[in-house]
Design a binder for this molecule. Structure first.
Ligand code: ATP
Ligand code: MG
Length: 562
């Protein structure tokens, strides 16, 4: 596509409008160049997906480029593990930076030179106030700040002190380099913000080369400038930082990207902060960053979400200047919609109840043809073994069926999916009075699930052959938090104690014996499930990705409430 005459037809929003205008006026000579700039201090979450899809999506739609850049200015919180996981995750989501992988730490030498340039121009000074004093001097939204007593040091003294800061002469926090802007500015970010701090910390990329590190605000805008980003798209909390980034570019006389802010994504029942997610991991409230209950992209991946569903979700979100909160069920809608098309359907019984078909020949096995996905004929069919002893869900049998319960119960005929019509003739109970075995007869004329006399049954249930079924561990998940907004009130108090239920011995149809980790299925009538990496030969482990909408649960709930 010729970038100067975009034929792009994406949905209209204010960011696209700005880009279209810039292309028309030739502001960036027809270029569109964005970036996704994570700090490697944790794993990416669903909120980041919005930013990733936006930045890479705009570049793709306008024939531009998008960089991946790590804003790694905080060595105490950053690690190579996070860098690796972020790279892996952005690829998994389906995006590629075509070799343009950058690190703010690559620019430390340049940033140091620029700091010296500002000192020489009388626009930066070394300040001896402690962090606490800097805060006190800063003032408030209603009161102007006070100038630091070190503000008018000579250029020579500043150059000397800054050089000695770099040489490691002073302990952590002893001095800072600050820009000389305006202590009375209504924007607190402009009140002589700190540019460099002393921090004797090993950096995951630069090692011990530096003991002073640039602040994020002295790094981010210039990194965009160095990479000749055209549209620097970030979230709303950086709106008040824009004048500062502009000030640095203007006073350094360097290339000037356009910053545009949009609203962060928030989801109900979901924490969206790396810091708080790290806390969940460290306090062992979850099994790790990729626990399927985590809103991290590695977590939802392990849970079975597809990259396509996350992209569809992210692309359906508008961008705006006000922050709202999106229903988690809206995200789940996209997950179901995508899995419905691509997941193979299989039969699995989570809470098995033994069924014996008394008039079915002992030792006989039939192979029933089952459709892999009715939405997609190209996915074909498979054979499912049928025999005299089956498992069905405990929930699909009631000795005393309530009104509107149409599944198996004494005297009732139901259809076994891809099997036969069966009628319940009796039960066997244990000493505690629980039904442990259901006896049935089958009608051989109904093979495949239809009666030649046209009689109907009100219910079709799934099953597995007891002799052929394979054992599996199945992990069922609920929301990690009980409160729609987990940030409200006490985080620990809001944790859902039932967010994980492990079923030790579910029974799966034998075609699942070789399910590879991360392969996704619909367990008929139960939901979507994904093979966990804990899967071992002969011992599959499945995560429930998302339940199907269960109308019966709704009826039952309504009846209980009534
Ligand atoms: P967190 O508070 O979760 O650590 P962050 O903003 O500090 O988030 P960064 O690594 O700095 O995380 O984020 C990289 C990019 O992703 C930034 O441009 C940021 O604005 C964007 N981003 C982060 N969280 C969200 C979100 N919830 N919705 C949309 N974009 C987000
Ligand atoms: Mg951050």
């Amino acid at each position: 596509m010729n970038p100067s005459s975009p034929t792009e037809t994406g949905p209209s929003n204010f960011i696209r409008d700005i880009i279209r205008d810039d292309l028309k006026t030739g502001k960036f000579a027809g270029r569109v160049h964005t970036r996704f700039p994570p700090e490697p201090n944790g794993y990416l979450h669903i909120g980041h997906a919005k930013s990733i899809c936006l930045n890479f999506g705009l570049a793709a739609d306008f024939g531009g480029k998008c960089n991946l850049r790590f804003d790694d200015t905080n060595p105490e919180k950053e690690e190579q593990e996070y860098v690796d996981s972020i790279i892996d995750t952005v690829h998994w989501l389906g995006f590629d930076w075509e070799g343009r992988l950058f690190y703010a730490s690559d620019y430390f030498d340049q940033l140091y030179e620029w700091a010296v340039q500002l000192i020489k121009a009388g626009k930066a000074y070394v300040c001896d106030l402690s962090a606490e004093e800097v805060r006190q001097y800063r003032g408030t939204l209603t009161e102007p700040g006070k100038e630091s007593p070190y503000r008018n040091r000579s250029v020579e003294e500043n150059l000397d002190l800054f050089e000695r800061m770099r040489a490691g002469e002073f302990p952590d926090g002893f001095r800072t380099l600050r820009s000389k802007i305006d202590m009375a500015s209504p924007n607190l970010n402009m009140r002589d913000p700190v540019m460099y701090r002393i921090l004797h910390a090993e950096h995951h990329r630069t090692g011990d080369k530096w003991c002073i590190y640039p602040m994020y605000d002295f790094t981010h805008g210039q990194s965009d400038s160095i990479e000749r980003i055209t549209h620097s798209i970030c979230t709303l909390e950086f709106e008040d930082h824009r004048p500062l980034y502009d000030w640095y570019c203007d006073n350094l006389g360097i290339y000037h990207p356009q910053q545009i802010e949009f609203d962060r994504l928030y989801l109900t029942y979901t924490l969206m902060s790396k810091r708080k997610l790290l806390w969940l991991v460290q306090e062992k409230h979850v099994r790790g960053w990729d626990d399927p209950r985590m809103p991290t992209l590695s977590g939802v991946r392990r849970r079975g979400y597809t990259p396509e569903s996350i992209r569809n979700f992210a692309n359906s979100l508008g961008v705006s200047k006000t922050t709202g909160i999106v229903e988690l069920s809206y995200l789940e809608h996209f997950v179901r919609e995508d899995l419905n098309k691509r997941a193979q359907r299989v039969m699995a019984v989570l809470r098995p109840l033994r069924v014996i078909i008394d008039n079915y020949p002992e030792g006989q096995v039939e192979h029933m043809e089952a459709v892999n996905n009715p939405e997609d004929a190209s996915m074909g069919t498979r054979q499912v073994p049928f025999s005299r002893e089956l498992y069905i869900e405990q929930d699909d049998f009631r000795e005393n069926p309530p009104k509107q319960y149409y599944r198996l119960s004494p005297g009732r005929e139901v259809r076994l999916r891809y099997g036969y019509f069966i009628t319940c003739t009796g039960v066997v109970k244990n000493a505690a009075g629980e039904v442990v075995e259901v006896h049935c007869t089958y009608d051989p004329a109904t093979r495949g699930g239809n009666a030649p006399d046209g009689r109907k049954v009100k219910s079709t249930i799934h099953w597995v052959s007891a002799a052929h079924a394979i054992d599996a561990e199945v992990r069922l998940y609920e929301n990690l938090f009980l409160n729609e907004n987990p940030n409200e009130g006490d985080l620990i108090g809001n944790l859902n104690p039932n967010s994980l239920e492990v079923i030790g011995h579910a029974k799966l149809e034998p075609s699942l014996a070789a399910a590879a980790p991360f392969s996704r299925y619909q367990f008929e009538r139960l939901g979507y499930f994904c093979a966990d990496p804990d899967t071992a030969p002969g011992k599959p482990v499945f995560n429930r990705t998302v339940a199907l909408r269960d109308t019966w649960a709704k009826i039952e709930k309504r009846e209980k409430a009534a």
